[in-house]
Design a protein around this ligand. Structure first.
Ligand code: AMP
Ligand code: MG
Length: 420
């Protein structure tokens, strides 16, 4: 039996970042930059005001205070987006709005609150004069040109994941598109005579195909582009013809037919169509796993991951092996989910020396994480996957992890609802 690490290494070794494409900026969200980005300009481009107020010369306001206003002649107004044609000279000020470029001759901005503007207005005076009532330091409320980024500076490097902040940074440089790794196309094929498509009446003996959908959703959530091929029946002809439709994919994911049952003919067809390995991986759930390459007509070898059929096994195997493969193709360097340590609230049992991934609901209280098993742990009990936000690990060499013990938890998501 392979360890989880061995299986992981063998799979991940077969993937690398895909080619690049240029996409409109917002579509870069969730992708990875494929090129370094250096700034064509200073940010901000010009020194500008951090406040609404008056642009002054600091030498004019030294010693100013509540009882000792310095009166300056207001010679103009500059709003954001304008460049003042006037200069501030000794004894003068220009009214200025947040973001407006600092006029020539000025070096300091006095906010409205630090002037007698309100008193002047209230007593009906015009604002051709203003009294400054604070002695502010040189450069106060002036945002220098290039304060954030200077022209030529490397702002984002290739390999950076694009979040909303990176979208904003790219836009602030004037870019309206980004060069990113393209999304992998992932073909998804469920197999099994017992499967009925959702939306149709359920015939006796059948079950609805949930794997196609949980896997497609997982592909989307991982940044891939799912292509649903439907269900292949447990016969050679149907499986062969469905596999014909995988041409052009970056990854094929099948479910079921990789264990030891009578109808597990997926093994036979995969072997006939490619170079496949069938592994037992020392983990629970998701022991049976297939991985290899499918040869499409053109001689291209497409990686194929055969997930086990049980719905939880399929999802856990996806988490452990398919998600990191998809992230590798997208260009991510960090492939794993975040892990935390938490206190177990009831035991996890390990019957046969496999690594157990228990579905748990993780909560936090007084700064400590707690992991509570999210219901029955059978690999067919999909609702307990739905209740879980983490997978708590019982190592292969321990017969159990007891209640009260600390466990490592893979966080599947951070659910705000459970943070108590
Ligand atoms: P198999 O690997 O074909 O022996 O399947 C193992 C178990 O998973 C069986 O109980 C199947 O009915 C179930 N199963 C297989 N495929 C799916 C699917 N697409 N959706 C839900 N359950 C499935
Ligand atoms: Mg089957």
């Amino acid at each position: 039996m392979l360890s989880v690490e061995e299986a992981y290494q063998r799979i991940i070794a077969c993937f690398s970042p895909l080619d690049t494409e240029t996409v409109p900026l917002v579509e870069a969200l969730g992708r990875v930059l494929a090129v370094d980005i250096s700034s064509p300009l200073d940010l901000p481009p010009l020194a500008n005001s951090a406040m609404d107020g008056y642009a002054v010369r600091r030498d004019d306001i030294g010693g100013a205070g509540e009882g000792a206003p310095r009166n300056l002649a207001v010679i103009g107004l500059v709003a954001a987006g304008q460049v003042s044609s006037q200069a501030v000279t000794s004894g003068t000020a220009i009214r200025i709005m947040t973001g407006a470029p600092i006029p020539a001759g000025s070096d300091t901005v006095v906010p409205f609150e630090e002037t007698d503007e309100v008193q002047r207005r209230d007593s009906g005076q015009t604002l051709d004069q203003i009294g400054v009532m604070a002695d502010l330091p040189l450069g106060c409320n002036v945002r220098p040109a290039g304060e954030d980024v200077s022209a030529g500076q490397m702002v984002l490097t290739a390999g950076t994941p694009v979040r909303a902040a990176e979208v904003g940074v790219l836009a602030s440089l004037g870019l309206d598109s980004a060069v990113v790794r393209r999304r992998p196309v992932v073909s998804i094929l469920a197999t099994g005579d017992e499967l009925s498509p959702a939306g149709s009446p359920l015939e006796p003996g059948k079950i609805y195909d949930s794997n196609s959908f949980s896997v497609a959703a997982s592909v989307l959530a991982s940044g891939g582009s799912p292509r649903l091929l439907g269900v292949a029946r447990d016969n050679l002809e149907d499986l062969r013809s469905k596999l014909e439709q995988t041409a052009g994919s970056d990854l094929v994911i099948t479910s079921a037919g990789v264990s030891k049952g009578d109808y597990d003919i997926v093994k036979d067809v995969l072997t006939e169509r490619g170079e496949m390995n069938f592994w037992s991986v020392r983990m629970r759930p998701a022991k049976p796993l297939a991985f290899g390459h499918l040869k499409d007509g053109g001689g291209t070898a497409i990686p194929l991951l055969g997930l086990p059929g049980n719905p939880v096994s399929a999802m856990v195997a996806f988490e452990m092996f398919a998600r990191p493969a998809i992230r590798t193709m997208l260009g991510y360097r960090r492939l794993a989910r975040p892990k935390v340590e938490g206190v177990l609230t009831s035991p996890i049992f390990n019957y046969d020396g496999r690594r157990v991934y228990a579905r748990v609901e993780v909560t936090r209280k007084d700064g400590v994480y707690y992991a509570s098993p999210a219901g029955p742990q059978g690999s067919n009990i999909l609702t307990s996957m739905s209740r879980a936000n983490g997978l708590a690990i019982c190592p292969e060499d321990l017969p159990k992890k007891d209640s009260g013990e600390t466990v490592e938890i893979i966080m599947l998501d951070w659910n705000e609802e459970v943070d108590v």
